[in-house]
Design a protein around this ligand. Structure first.
Ligand code: HEM
Length: 330
């Protein structure tokens, strides 16, 4: 059986995490990395398996231990990624591309394809990753990082802060509207796109520092090199999406996409999950899972039910959302 998710850390303060037990190492042949600079960094320091393939338990432990990511967010993000992109039979998720290391995938349309799969968790208008339409949705993109640097110089006095996050988020949306005919910015992606803009402020800034601003050499260390800066101490308290309301408020925006494959044709989708209804993500993802798994049986069905329950318990029960059972109950 897939085990229940691990609990919170017992010590939740700052501490040295770029320590002797977790040295950065360059990639070996076959090591997998993907679109998430947080997970890439944890794998390159051995908080996650260095090959980039991990169980939900390993992910929840690593993001808490290495970054002080808060427990609720850790469990919520992990099962979201695992349910959409993991192998639910073997309990393994690739943090990047598809690999035989996660075991044989369930029958199509299920894919167990890892975090690189576009339009599931990964999506358009990333900060330092290009849109899938342009051919590579997961690698560090120097041109986009240069834009992050430029915005940090213009709006943040040479640092990445909340003001920069608000401006860059909005500008990346406008870039995609103007250049990506397949631009999609709804449901899972609409919600994650905002969180990702504040993670660098809440989690990539050294926990001993009081000012909430990320230096550009530290930004490059995480986004490009997948490496903690020297002597890096994790956040001083459990953190995740603090400040996201300010980013949204800088340029309020609604979920949607370029319609009919046409540039500059952004149409709002009133049926998308959004921030106003905390249960909408749950409903949307369970709908996607029913498409991915039209008639699961045996271990696959049992693990779907268990993982969905782990995710619900952490992410949606506290908001009072109804528990849903698209695959029945055990
Ligand atoms: C982006 C997954 C935890 C920081 C992403 C993306 C995925 C992902 C799929 C790509 C989204 C896109 O732009 O299309 C996950 C999962 C997590 C997790 C499954 C937990 C298990 C974290 C943590 C941090 C983090 C703990 C920070 C310490 C970021 C940042 C981006 C990102 C900054 C934006 C990258 C960019 O747009 O350039 N994550 N992530 N993530 N993640 Fe994570």
């Amino acid at each position: 059986d897939p085990p229940s998710p691990p609990g919170p850390l017992s010590f939740t303060g700052t501490k040295l995490v770029n320590d002797r037990d977790h040295p950065w190492r360059p990639l070996r042949n076959g090591d997998i990395r993907g679109p998430c600079p947080g997970l890439n960094t944890l794998a390159s320091h051995g908080y996650l398996p260095r090959d980039g393939v991990a169980t939900p338990t390993q992910l929840i432990n690593a993001i808490q231990e290495g970054f002080n990511f808060d427990h609720t967010a850790a469990v919520s993000a992990t099962y979201l990624g695992h349910l959409l992109n993991g192998n639910l039979v073997t309990d393994l998720l690739s943090i990047g591309g598809k690999t035989s290391k996660t075991g044989p995938p369930p029958p199509p349309p299920a894919h167990a394809g890892g975090l690189n799969v576009h339009g599931t968790f990964e999506g358009d208008a990333g900060l330092t990753r290009a849109d899938e339409f342009f051919g590579d949705n997961h690698s560090f993109n120097q041109t986009l990082f240069d834009k992050l640097v430029d915005f940090s110089n213009r709006f943040g006095g040479g640092f990445y802060n909340l003001t920069v996050a608000g401006e860059l988020r909005y500008s990346r949306i406008q870039d995609s509207i103007a250049t990506n005919p397949q631009f999609s910015f709804k449901n899972v992606r609409f919600l994650t796109a905002y969180g990702e803009t504040v993670f660098p402020i809440n989690l990539f800034v050294d926990g001993r520092q009081t000012e909430r601003k990320l230096s550009l050499d530290h930004a490059a260390s995480f986004f490009r090199d997948m490496r903690f800066p020297p002597d890096f101490h994790r956040a001083a308290q459990p953190s995740s999406a603090e400040g996201v309301a300010e980013v949204i408020a800088a340029h309020p925006w609604l979920p949607g996409g370029n319609e009919d494959g046409q540039l500059n044709n952004y149409v709002v989708d009133p049926n998308s999950a959004d921030f106003t209804d905390p249960c909408s993500l749950h409903r949307f993802v369970l709908g996607s899972l029913q498409e991915l798994y039209p008639s699961p049986t045996g271990v696959l069905r049992r693990n779907l039910i268990k993982n969905i329950n782990f995710w619900y318990t952490a992410a949606f029960a506290p908001a009072g959302c109804p528990e849903l059972f698209p695959f029945g109950q055990l």
